[in-house]
Design a protein around this ligand. Structure first.
Ligand code: AMP
Length: 417
């Protein structure tokens, strides 16, 4: 079923043609007809599935035929959990609306940067807004906008909105919206809070389920390499050089580790930068822009980068530290092999994290063969030595953390007799 069969306007079809998408993705096939008819939508879809296009086209198509007013009235609101996702989604909507005449104004707002320029840009109103919830509320408090005319609401990555503690902001925003509106609800997972919100928010929604990435993504080659925790950076350097990886996104457990590993890679003459929540917004934007433009080879990130980032043709993701949960694993490896491209996801594992990786595999119905790289074989573990080797600090290794008894034993062993 080609894009031309959805009844999209000529201007939108032109934008889609500019993008040269080979065909609609499964989430687009399932969501577009219903959303274009004005129905509410409850979609279970990962980032990377093409979901932004699935909600952006219906927003644009509906607003295209509304006569422009002065000032412009905010008709479509897209709520997203992170600044990066806001920028990415906003740009994608702008791109898809590029041929509309008269043009629609798409505003992107998020926290962590000064509010004044955002307020200035909102003078004269806006048609579409992509926002993180906190900054949206700040702008309303400054009388920079009103939600009274919103006819379409998109919640993107709803589960992540809750993970990041936006529940309160979300309910305040929902109270300010007109009752009569179309709701498009996207989430990768459906924990109870998200289900409750979906139930209260949506009217007779069309349900869209797209298979989650790891099982349904044969184009992502998932590998597990055994290596001692202390030798991971050396192995990473070796793999990057030996495999001629052009761009690599590496996940670590802490902000400190992003700095440390990036530093060591730079000493090994690999162009690498850390990426975490404590960096200034300017720095984060710069790192992402450099990475996207291939001026930067490696980004070492905390899970802040795991969701929402859309970096086309990212060939490799490395779990230097394992993610805390099976769900984070999904999000991390979903940064590669996007929209049909091929990708590699490598996880480093050692004696201390083996049990945790097995849990993740079990959760996803995976069984990854353990590989070793010549020259980086792990030191054999003495089972009598008890749990050890886990320097990841991921804190999620069930049954592997030292028990109270272990700690008492260790303390006793260290006490001078
Ligand atoms: P999303 O799930 O919205 O984050 O989209 C992930 C990526 O898929 C983006 O880079 C889109 O440009 C791309 N994309 C969206 N629709 C299609 C399509 N029909 N075919 C190929 N790529 C697509």
């Amino acid at each position: 079923m080609p894009f031309s069969s959805f009844g999209l306007s000529p201007a939108l079809l032109r934008s889609v043609a500019d993008k040269a998408y080979p065909a609609p993705t499964p989430v687009q096939l399932a969501a577009l007809p219903a959303a274009l008819q004005g129905r509410d939508l409850l979609a279970s879809a990962q980032t990377g599935s093409g979901k932004t296009v699935a909600f952006a086209l219906p927003l644009l198509q509906r607003l295209e035929h509304i006569a422009p007013s002065q000032p412009r009235l905010l008709r479509a609101l897209v709520l997203v959990p992170t600044r990066e996702l806001a920028a990415q989604v906003g740009e994608e909507i702008r791109g898809l609306g590029a041929h509309l005449s008269p043009p629609l104004k798409v505003s992107i707002v998020f926290g962590g940067v000064s509010i004044n320029p955002q307020m200035m840009r909102l003078r004269g109103g806006t048609d579409i807004m992509v926002a993180t919830p906190g900054r949206l509320i700040d702008l309303i408090a400054h009388n920079a906008l009103t939600l009274a005319d919103v006819a379409m609401l998109v919640l993107d990555e709803a589960d992540r909105l809750f993970d990041l503690g936006f529940a309160e902001e979300l309910s305040r925003i929902l109270e300010l919206l007109p009752a009569q509106r179309q709701n498009l609800f996207f989430s990768a997972t459906f924990p109870p809070a998200v289900q409750t919100l979906a139930r209260t928010l949506l009217r007779d929604p069309v349900r869209v389920t797209v298979e989650s990435e790891p099982q349904g993504a044969p184009h992502i080659a998932q590998r597990a390499i055994e290596v001692d925790a202390a030798r991971r950076t050396q192995l990473l350097l070796h793999l990057i050089k030996q495999n001629h990886w052009s761009r690599v996104l590496v996940f670590v457990a802490t902000k400190h580790a992003t700095e440390m590993v990036a530093d060591k890679l730079r000493k090994g003459r690999i162009n690498a930068e850390p990426f975490h929540g404590n960096l200034s917004q300017g720095k984060r934007t710069q790192v992402l822009a450099d990475f996207k433009a291939s001026r930067l080879k490696v980004v070492i990130a905390t899970d802040v980068a795991a969701r929402g980032l859309d970096i086309a043709q990212l060939p490799v993701v490395v779990n230097y530290d394992l993610p805390r949960s099976a769900l984070d694993y999904t999000h991390r490896i979903g940064r590669t092999g996007r929209a049909g491209e091929r990708g590699v996801a490598v996880s480093f594992v050692n004696a201390g994290t083996e049990a945790h990786l097995r849990l993740i595999e079990k959760n996803h119905g995976l069984s990854l063969p353990r590989e070793q790289v010549e020259g980086f074989e792990p030191t054999p573990v003495d089972p009598a030595a008890g749990p050890g080797g886990d320097t990841s600090g991921n804190g999620g290794v069930k049954g592997r953390r030292p028990s109270k008894k272990d700690k008492l034993r260790a303390a006793a062993a260290q006490t001078p007799r």
